[in-house]
Design a protein around this ligand. Sequence first.
Ligand code: PLP
Length: 386
Amino acid sequence: MKFETRAIHVGEKPNFKEGATGDVTQPLHLASTYARKDVDTPTAGYEYARTANPTRDALQERLASLEEARYALVFGSGLAAETSLFLALLNSGDHVIAFDDLYGGTRRLFTRIFDEKFGVQISYVDAREVDNVRNAIRDNTKLIWLETPTNPLLKLCDIKAISQLAHEHNITVAVDNTFMSPYFQQPLMLGADIVVHSTTKYINGHSDSVGGALMLSDEFLHEKIKFVQNAAGAILSPFDCYMILRSTKTLSVRMREHQKNALLIAGFLGNHPKVNRVIYPGLESHPQHQLAVQQMSGFGGMVSFELDRDLDAAKRFVENLNYFAVAESLGGVESLIELPALMTHASVPAEERKKIGLADGLIRISVGIEHADDLLQDLDEAFKKI
Ligand SMILES: *Cc1c(COP(=O)(O)O)cnc(C)c1O
């Protein structure tokens, strides 16, 4: 079955059993607990809704299929998924290697909680070079954490090469695939062990649900994380499961439109005299365009750029737009724009931002699926005001 078909059919089959009504969509099961007729036998295996819920099971089956994984587990946010993964995998004193250009909240979780409170050692390296990862490996390295393309500088790392290296050392590889969605990139197919998503972004895609997911195929690891999902309890609500299940049906259509508009906007910005540089993996000018073509089947909807003006001009520019909401987050059908240094990445220390090349005036766009003509006209008019 192809991606588009799986995105509609896996996990949702009409139920024709005696007494069922053949709904073509999975019902929203809100019950917190399940009654049984016989004390010894939970009905259809369900006991309590933190442990399992039919709407959540349907979503987990769907999401696993989209990443070509055997299992998926969903959580109350992307960060709850990450936390659950760390709790399952790591002990105090273990070492983690992470890409140095990460989602700000991920970095905060690593540094402020797992390192400072629980003594997990973290090395941040520029994973664009596989050798930097190799040189950081220690005897106690348990996990390599990748995000590709990164947020907001859209740097890539070679998932296949790094996974090979990791497996020679018995190290688990997790890839945050939020930016590409499973439609454009499938890290497990490239050798990674676990895929992480903030479903809040493209997978839900309508800016009306916060959630997270892990996808993986290793049975033992799945059991360990599932234990934490139940024991620590950071589960996704049935309503959010229902919303995300609904959203996955249009994921392929949305991603194609996001990409189409992003290519047009990146091209427009690239030719604009008031723009210093544009970062988009789909442009040949992107230093890792070749790797992008190799490991992704598309380039996504995120575009970053720097004006040749100061921070004040950048603020005025974003505030003068009509269709781009000035907001954190990404991946929804509506276009969003933000200044990472002041918003999403304000928690990253200024010197660290400088080290990874994140300029104060950098602007990040999450390109929506409005008509490109309207978006381009809006940008054009905002440029005239700076
Ligand atoms: C938003 C985001 C997260 C965190 O997800 P939440 O759902 O906000 O907890 C993690 N990684 C990336 C790349 C993100 O964009």
